[in-house]
Design a binder for this molecule. Sequence first.
Ligand SMILES: O=C(O)CCC(=O)C(=O)O
Ligand SMILES: [Fe+2]
Length: 170
Amino acid sequence: MVFEGYGVGKYCNSHFESTTYLLRILKYKKPGEDEGNINPIAHTDKTFLSILYPNDVRGLEVMTKDGEWVVFQPSPSSFMVMAGDACMGWSNGRIKACYHRTNVREDGSVRYALGVFSYNTGTIEIPKELIDQDHPQQFKSFNHLDFLRFYDKSQGRTKSQCLIKAYCGV
Ligand SMILES: O=C(O)CCC(=O)C(=O)O
Ligand SMILES: [Fe+2]
């Protein structure tokens, strides 16, 4: 859908042939008084796409482009699809990586979510159709798995920042 929406559907097959998925069960709760912050700090995912299916406990918060935090309202019939850093690189910055955090506020509530995270095993290149005078190239081609290694090494120092610019920004 995303590829077709941008008129680059012809690259879809080759992209999916080199896509791999990670399925995780996530569990978060409001931290106890002596626990500090046990939930993920604000971040962008390092994925291409992340798909979340949570239970009915609220907690996922997403930052709007105006800098406001909004709480995602879970419903049994909805999934949350978020662009990660790799999608931002691939789309030449047209699709922004979603800045989000988990913040369970209700005492005793436990948030469970199923997360499907997609990664590309090859080199990600911006489709030439997405580069023009109005949209000059913002990212060099990059290997997604090498980008994850770069992220791993920068843990703690830059964990909360969108790293894709630091990694392969032009
Ligand atoms: O609370 C959630 O479901 C999202 C967790 C999250 O941001 C992540 O695992 O990257
Ligand atoms: Fe996340």
